[in-house]
Design a protein around this ligand. Structure first.
Ligand SMILES: Nc1ncnc2c1ncn2[C@@H]1O[C@H](COP(=O)(O)OP(=O)(O)OP(=O)(O)O)[C@@H](O)[C@H]1O
Ligand SMILES: O=C(O)[C@@H](O)C(=O)CO
Length: 420
């Protein structure tokens, strides 16, 4: 294994795995830190954690355990993947985890670059944009777990860590790899250890990637990985073999615990199409009034692709959080989705489409899936995944980040997961 990656959530990890796979690396995504060695031939390993919204000290401990495992697999470069909208709070976890990994690797000039142009996330003068809006006016200010209220990533990161934060602006980035490398060296000489780097396009990310040849630690969204495989390829280290994808027949069920704008549009499209749906009410989930077995049985009895969702608008999310507490309601809904997924797999479901990073983490952990093969891209940042579930049956999955995918994502995912 050459490149060792640590993702702070499950959908984000599959986004990263997708980028690396498209750039020609043989990638496997692991659910949590594996207990045994990786299969031979894996060139990039992505350890998916559910560490985005847990206490910072736990996120650090899990990330360091992942680092140890990846080191033991022979990796020479490490990548910490977080959200392209920098989802975190002033307490962390991006700064604390990046700083802990930098200490453990004795790494300097650690790039911080959440940019993902394919999803409209760009960084200019240290400020993060989602399409043409600043991060804090993009809808992310209403996120249920990590409301993002500051678009200045330099300032926000500096609140999370004592490590000095630097910046490489677009003026250097537009001049290409050598200028970027020089600017990183200057920032390092000024004492900065975590360095926020502007980027507007995939071409910028390729140049940044070239400048990071041999850098022990890189951090960012999936875009920062775009230019890294080429460094290994140039040295003749990649096999050039892609992975063969096979779809899975049988029933397809969509589970959505994401309340993000894009997901709510996808739920609305499903409703308009007259497809079967079951709405999970937050109060019922907290009170334990919903039976996962019954919901799964209902879903498996549908002739057309059913949707089970708790996705609600920001006002309803706020009401539920004020009534029950943010963590209580999130935990109740995530536990319920995990139980529904287990019942669906026991009932022989072939394809699961899951919307929401936390929700996907709960489902993958609930199903006890240890490793996932990466298949074709469904939408930017969302690949098809395949695994063997309990009972030895194949299961195809799509784990969609909240704000990814067009309005028809559920139908598109169903088709790609089926393989034709
Ligand atoms: N109706 C609801 N009321 C309150 N909280 C909810 C409701 N529905 C879902 N949640 C919780 O909101 C959180 C949504 O986070 P999740 O990561 O799954 O989606 P997302 O934030 O849209 O996706 P991503 O993290 O990929 O951007 C989960 O913890 C979920 O349990
Ligand atoms: O980077 C992104 O936007 C996604 O991969 C993600 O992490 C959202 O959960």
């Amino acid at each position: 294994m050459l490149l060792g990656c640590i993702g702070d959530d499950f959908t984000g990890s599959s986004d990263l795995a997708n980028t690396l796979s498209k750039q020609g690396m043989r990638v496997t995504q692991y659910s949590g830190v594996p207990t045994g060695p990786a299969d031979a031939g894996v060139e990039a390993g992505v350890v998916a954690l559910k560490s985005r919204s847990i206490p910072a000290k736990d996120a650090i401990a899990q990330s360091l355990a992942a680092l140890d495992w990846l080191k033991a697999q022979g990796c020479t470069q490490f990548l910490f993947k977080y959200c392209s909208t920098f989802d975190s709070t002033p307490e962390g976890n991006i700064g604390p985890v990046a700083a802990a990994l930098a200490q453990a690797l004795d790494a300097r000039k650690v790039v911080v670059c959440p940019v993902f142009p394919g999803a409209g996330r760009t960084l200019y003068q240290g400020h993060l944009f989602v399409q043409d809006r600043l991060l804090n006016e993009s809808g992310m200010e209403h996120h249920p777990l990590n409301p993002m209220t500051d678009a200045d990533i330099r300032r926000f990161l500096a609140r999370q860590t004592d490590m000095k934060v630097g910046h490489v602006g677009f003026a250097a980035v537009r001049q290409g790899a050598d200028a970027i490398a020089e600017a990183l060296t200057r920032a390092d000489a000024e004492g900065a250890r975590l360095i926020v780097v502007d980027a507007l396009s995939d071409a910028d990310l390729m140049e940044i990637g070239a400048a990071l040849d041999g850098a022990p630690l890189v951090t960012g969204g999936s875009g920062i990985a775009m230019g890294l495989p080429e460094n290994f390829r140039r040295k003749g280290l990649l096999s050039g073999e892609g992975s063969a994808w096979q779809g899975v027949e049988g029933a397809c069920v969509v589970l959505s615990g994401s309340c993000s704008t894009a997901t709510r549009g996808q739920v609305a499209r499903h409703r308009e199409a007259g497809l079967p749906l079951f709405e999970i009410n937050a109060d019922d989930a907290v009170a334990g009034r919903l039976d996962a077995q019954e919901i799964a049985a209902w879903a498996l009895a549908q002739a057309a692709r059913p949707l089970v969702f708790s996705s609600a608008d920001p006002e309803e999310v706020r009401r539920a959080q004020n009534t029950h507490g943010r963590e209580t309601v999130a935990a109740a809904i995530e536990t319920l989705f995990a139980a529904i997924a287990r019942a669906l797999v026991a009932g022989g479901v072939g394809r699961l489409v899951v919307a929401g990073g936390e929700t996907s983490g709960a489902v993958v952990e609930g199903l006890d899936l240890t490793s996932l093969e990466i298949g074709p891209e469904i939408a930017p940042g969302a690949p098809a995944l395949r695994t063997v579930a309990a009972g030895g049956r194949p299961l195809a999955l799509a784990l969609k980040s909240g704000n990814f995918g067009g309005v028809d994502f559920f139908a598109e995912a169903d088709a790609v997961l089926r393989g034709h």
